[in-house]
Design a protein around this ligand. Structure first.
Ligand SMILES: Nc1ncnc2c1ncn2[C@@H]1O[C@H](COP(=O)(O)OP(=O)(O)O)[C@@H](O)[C@H]1O
Ligand SMILES: [Mg+2]
Length: 277
C-alpha cells in the first residue's frame, strides 16, 4: 500500500490548528553553555520547543547540536544554563524531566541478538509501561513490523531498526521527543516515512526536537529551526521566514543555484562555505 502524503496546505492548516491548541513549552533551554575541558562547545544557547511543533537544530558538523541534546537528555552536565522539560528542571527534578522525554537511541544501542518483541518488552519494562499482547500487536502493526516481530534486531534493515528505535522512544508517551540526526543513512523512502511519522506525532501534540544538517529535511518537516554554528545560535525562525528575511540581502545570498533561493543558500550565507570535518 502506498503511504498517503499529507499535502503542504493540509499540513500547514493542521500546524496552525495544533499550534493554537497546544502552545505550552515542552522544552526550554536558556543560556546553555557546554565545555569539554578548555573547549567551549556550546555558547549561551537558548530556544524553546512547544507542544505540537517540530523544531530543528540545524548546523554543520561540529556545530554543537549533539552537545545541546546531550545536555537536555542529562548525559552531560553543562557548565551553566537552565533546561526545563515539560516545566521540570533537568537538574533538580531529573526523574520528572526524564519521564517526560523520549530519546531515540542509535541502532547500535540495542542487543542485535534479541528479537523485536523482546526489545519492546524490555524497554516497556524499563519505563514501567504495561505491555499487553494486544498493545504489542498494535505497536508492531503501526510500524509495519508484524511479520518481523520474531526477527533478531540485527537482521532488520536500517529503516526497520530505525522504526523500532522510534517506537521505543515513544513507549511511555513523552511530551518531548528528541531525535539526533534521525534520517542519516536512511534511503529516500524510509526518510519520507519517518517525516510522516514525525508529522503524525506533531499532530498528536508531541513536541519534537531533531538535529539535522540537511536543509531539505529542515525545509520539508520543521515548523521552526535554530541555525547553530561554532556553538552559537545565529538565527531562529520558520524555514519560510528565514528565506524571506534574507532573500534580498546580498551579504547572505551570495549565490543561489538555478536561480531559486532555498534555505541552503541562507544557511551557507550565514555559516560560510568552508567545509567542516
Ligand atoms: N567528548 C568530547 N570531548 C571533546 N570535544 C568534544 C566532545 N564531544 C564533542 N566535542 C567537540 O565539540 C564540538 C561540538 O560537537 P557536537 O556537539 O558533537 O557537534 P554536532 O553534533 O553539531 O556535529 C565539536 O568541535 C566536537 O569536536
Ligand atoms: Mg552530532
Amino acid at each position: 500500500m502506498k503511504a498517503k502524503m499529507v499535502s503542504n496546505t493540509d499540513s500547514k492548516q493542521k500546524k496552525a490548528f495544533t499550534m493554537s491548541v497546544h502552545s505550552e513549552a515542552v522544552l526550554e533551554v536558556l543560556n546553555l553553555n557546554v565545555n569539554y575541558g578548555n573547549f567551549h562547545a556550546v555558547k549561551n544557547v537558548s530556544f524553546t520547543v512547544r507542544e505540537g511543533e517540530i523544531f530543528g537544530l540545524l548546523g554543520p558538523n561540529g556545530a554543537g547540536k549533539t552537545s545541546c541534546l546531550s545536555a537536555v537528555e542529562g548525559l552531560l552536565v553543562p557548565e551553566s544554563g537552565d533546561i526545563r522539560v515539560a516545566g521540570y528542571d533537568v537538574k533538580t527534578q531529573a526523574l520528572l524531566a526524564r519521564a517526560n522525554m523520549g530519546v531515540q537511541l542509535q541502532a547500535t544501542s540495542f542487543q542485535p541478538e534479541l528479537n523485536v518483541m523482546e526489545i519492546l518488552k524490555l524497554y516497556a519494562g524499563i519505563y514501567g509501561v504495561a505491555l499487553t499482547k494486544e498493545k504489542l500487536d498494535t505497536i508492531l502493526n503501526n510500524i509495519n513490523l508484524r511479520e518481523a516481530g520474531s526477527k533478531k534486531f540485527g537482521q532488520l534493515s536500517g529503516g526497520q531498526q530505525q522504526r523500532v528505535s522510534l517506537v521505543i522512544a515513544l513507549i511511555h508517551e513523552p511530551k518531548l521527543v528528541l531525535l539526533d540526526e534521525p534520517t542519516t543513512g536512511l534511503d529516500p523512502q524510509a526518510r519520507r516515512q519517518l517525516w510522516e511519522r514525525m508529522e503524525a506525532l506533531r499532530n498528536m501534540g508531541h513536541g519534537i526536537m531533531l538535529t539535522t544538517h540537511s536543509m531539505e529535511e529542515a525545509e520539508a518537516v520543521c515548523d521552526r529551526v535554530a541555525i547553530i554554528d561554532h556553538g552559537q545560535v545565529i538565527n531562529t525562525d520558520t524555514p519560510g521566514d528565514l528565506i524571506e528575511k534574507h532573500r534580498n540581502n546580498p551579504e547572505v545570498i551570495r549565490a543561489s543555484r538555478k536561480g531559486k533561493i532555498t534555505l541552503e543558500d541562507v544557511f551557507i550565507g550565514l555559516t560560510g562555505s568552508q567545509v567542516r570535518v
